[in-house]
Design a protein around this ligand. Structure first.
Ligand SMILES: Nc1nc2c(ncn2[C@@H]2O[C@H](COP(=O)(O)OP(=O)(O)OP(=O)(O)O)[C@@H](O)[C@H]2O)c(=O)[nH]1
Length: 416
């Protein structure tokens, strides 16, 4: 009995032990399954970042088509036939590719756009020859005689305000100062401020049309002469849009300058934005088309397209930009055409502006390098010339030195 009893006891112990192990295993598997299914149910809000991370870790892996635009489903490089773009097959391979993300650095957090114009005030206030300082000194004189008014006119002209706006401004200032019997410099300054703001026209809508309709992305086409700061502007605009919470894709359709696509890609990578690019010297329309197609299929909010701006002949430029725009619009309407002008080029900048405005329907102006000139008057002249508003201004070479333009902030900076 004692022996039998000890067998029974040890059998029972063994049975209990086995049962315990099985139970632990079952619970373990169940917990693992629950955790696994929760992981898969994560919302896709950070899809782009996670997929970029995946690609970084497994650059050799075949991208799985997800429709988020990251896979290089791109048309044949080279010349695009506009007639064919209605039924473009997604080719399996091509030289065009969404940027190589394997070397992407840490994603930066762009600075908020509010208050950026204040930097202009700081820069202009260091310049003794600024338009504002010149005018205030003249208006502060004891006697505003004919000679003084002529000097005021010369100051405005020298600051690139343009002939017609200068005449209007002088006329209004003279009348108001006379009629209101102004003697104190502060009142003269207040009138000057009001009239400068009126010339810049606060009624313009200066927002960037970066949102599309009916499921299509907003398409921002950036045009302008080489060296004005187009690529830099596209990069900085991407940062502004990312800061606003938009998903952005870049199109490197400036295939003329070898380094432009690399430069653009680097800008994009800094804020986790992919770039669609093509072979050097390739067809810009093909790349623009592909970028917008990828942006549309991937559900991006905005596609920003950089273009080459060589002014070989007006006809050549017209052909190229016209084609880029037409081909893009087979995918989605272009919502904004931004013309980039270098503020330091004065009259030359205006001549360029005229040519571009004849070629494409410019909807907004980006005035770069405003930090490099004390002549803020170009803002007034270029708006008058084209009848479209200055929407953004470049205030330096830094990544966040692109500011939304606002007439009051600008005039206050001029008169500081
Ligand atoms: N100081 C200053 N420099 C600027 C500003 N915007 C652009 N730049 C500089 O201008 C130079 C030309 O800029 P890019 O963006 O390469 O000009 P681009 O028009 O794209 O030139 P292409 O690619 O040749 O067509 C660069 O050195 C920029 O850093 C600005 O607002 N202020």
């Amino acid at each position: 009995m004692g022996r039998l009893g000890s067998w029974i006891v040890s059998d029972t112990t063994l049975f209990l032990f086995v049962a315990l192990v099985v139970a632990i295993l079952v619970i373990g598997v169940a917990v693992a399954l629950v955790i696994g299914s929760r992981g898969r149910a994560l919302p896709p809000a950070d899809t782009v970042d996670r997929r970029l991370d995946d690609l970084r870790e497994h650059p050799e892996a075949e991208p799985t088509p997800t429709g988020d635009g990251l896979e290089p489903a791109l048309p044949e490089p080279g010349e695009i036939d506009e007639a064919d773009t209605d039924n473009v097959e997604p080719p399996a391979e091509g030289d065009l590719a969404v940027d190589d993300v394997t070397t992407a650095p840490e994603v930066e957090q762009p600075a908020p756009t509010a208050g950026r114009l204040v930097r202009l005030r700081e820069r202009l206030s260091r310049s003794q020859s600024s338009l504002g300082k010149g005018l205030l000194a003249l208006l502060g004189r004891d006697r505003l005689d004919e000679d003084t008014w002529e000097e005021i006119e010369d100051t405005l002209l020298a600051a690139d305000v343009g002939v017609t706006p200068t005449q209007e401004l002088v006329e209004t200032l003279r009348t108001r100062i006379k009629v209101e019997g102004v003697v104190e410099p502060d009142r003269a300054k207040a009138i000057l401020r009001e009239e400068l703001i009126a010339q810049i026209d606060p009624s313009y809508d200066r927002s960037i049309a970066a949102t599309g309709a009916e499921g299509a992305p907003g398409v921002v086409l950036v045009v302008g002469v080489n060296g004005t700061g187009k690529t830099t502007t596209v990069g900085r605009l991407a940062r502004v849009l990312v800061a606003d919470g938009d998903t952005v894709l870049l199109g490197a359709a400036d295939t003329f300058r070898a380094a432009a696509a690399d430069q653009l890609q680097t800008w994009g990578e800094r804020v986790g934005v992919p770039t669609v690019r093509g072979p050097e010297g390739g067809d810009p329309a093909s790349i623009a088309f592909d970028a917008v197609k990828t942006g549309k299929e991937g559900g991006y909010d905005t596609v920003v397209v950089d273009t080459a701006g060589r002014l070989h002949t007006k006809a050549g430029l017209m052909d190229e930009l016209g084609k880029v725009k037409r081909v893009i619009e087979k995918q989605a309407p272009v919502t904004e055409v931004l013309l980039v002008i270098d503020a330091t080029t004065g009259q030359n900048g205006l001549t360029q502006a005229r040519v571009f405005a004849e070629v494409v329907d410019v909807t907004g102006i980006v005035l770069t390098k405003l930090d490099g000139t004390a002549k803020g008057g170009i803002v007034i002249a270029v708006q008058r010339e084209l009848g479209v508003p200055v929407k953004l201004v470049g205030l330096g070479e830094g990544a966040d030195d692109l500011a939304p333009f606002d007439p009051e902030g600008f005039v206050d900076a001029l008169l500081a």
